[in-house]
Design a protein around this ligand. Sequence first.
Ligand code: DAO
Ligand code: DAO
Ligand code: DAO
Length: 205
Amino acid sequence: SGVPVVDSKTGSSFPSILEASQKLCGIGLRRKCVLGLKNIDVYAFGVYADDDEIKKCLSEKYGKSSASELKGNKEFTEDLLENDIHMTVRLQIVYGKLSIRSVRSAFEESVGSRLIKFGGSDNKELLQRFTSQFSDEIKIPRGSVIHLVREKGHVLRTTIDGQEVGSIQSKLLCRSVLDLYVGEESFDKQAKEEIELNMASYLQS
Ligand code: DAO
Ligand code: DAO
Ligand code: DAO
């Protein structure tokens, strides 16, 4: 079922298929500027989607457009984020000194700003209540693999190294998390383009 794709910058390897139907659409890098000084590589990520579901959901609307026409089309991006399409984002941790405190604050900044953008400021408290439950005992060493999975019915399921962390049913949360990787202000612009192009190509296949 295909050779893994290896990110040349970090050496992280991504299987080309996950859970039988999730196909790799593109990989990228999450970097973060610390102390306004230097960028650190935090994790490499791969975005996966179910090609049949993309086709089922979107071929009526976009089936006549070519993949290159759809690349960078805002409405197409919006439809990928809003629809109940099974997607997985696989994170492979590169940074070796990740503390739960920094995960919590990065999460509040990145996911939090989207929850507010797409859902309104009353989600701020909810987010803080959630991140306060990120237990200090959780260890996320270099090489850890985190899956963020959007399942049927807009359920976000999270695992760390195959262990369940939790599932939350929220369309807003699913949308906000996927927006980090596929949205307009994604962490890695080049990755976003590649992901969109591959997703668009599923409509013609
Ligand atoms: O040590 O303060 C520091 C810099 C660490 C930045 C970490 C950013 C965390 C990004 C979220 C990771 C989610 C798994
Ligand atoms: O990169 O800014 C970011 C956010 C990535 C989302 C990571 C979710 C990690 C959830 C695991 C929490 C376990 C403590
Ligand atoms: O749908 O009403 C809503 C808002 C739900 C926001 C929930 C925030 C919790 C963050 C969970 C992160 C899981 C990785």
